[in-house]
Design a protein around this ligand. Structure first.
Ligand SMILES: [Mg+2]
Length: 110
């Protein structure tokens, strides 16, 4: 099953809704980013490895980062889908990409 960003956003809005505090969520986001940094440091040999599966840990921590980033958008009624497409369009122009995300999606659907 593919996870659509809109569904994740609606799901997290249902979970946090008006009880969500963006500053608290932002602190959690930063904390999770720190956990990603720790794993990347382990992979780079800058920190001791405890024998756990770093690939699985990295995946889980990245999911945590996405969780809080999308939750902050959800409680602020930000349409991430729209902004992802718009921002990518600008970046694709700025950095002279062959195609933008919207074009990529259209091409891969056909
Ligand atoms: Mg975590």
């Amino acid at each position: 099953m593919d996870v659509r960003i809109k569904d994740l956003q609606n799901y997290l809005y249902e979970q946090y809704g008006t009880r969500g505090h963006e500053t608290g969520m932002f602190m959690k986001l930063v904390e999770e980013m720190g956990e990603v940094a720790e794993i990347l440091n382990k992979r780079a040999g800058r920190k001791a490895v405890d024998g756990d599966d770093l690939q699985e840990q990295l995946a889980n921590e990245l999911v945590d980062v996405i969780h809080y980033a999308v939750a902050i958008a959800a409680i602020n009624h930000i349409d991430l889908n729209q902004f992802i497409l718009e921002k990518d369009k600008k970046a694709a122009l700025k950095y002279h990409h062959e195609r933008n995300l919207e074009e990529f999606i259209k091409e891969t659907i056909d």
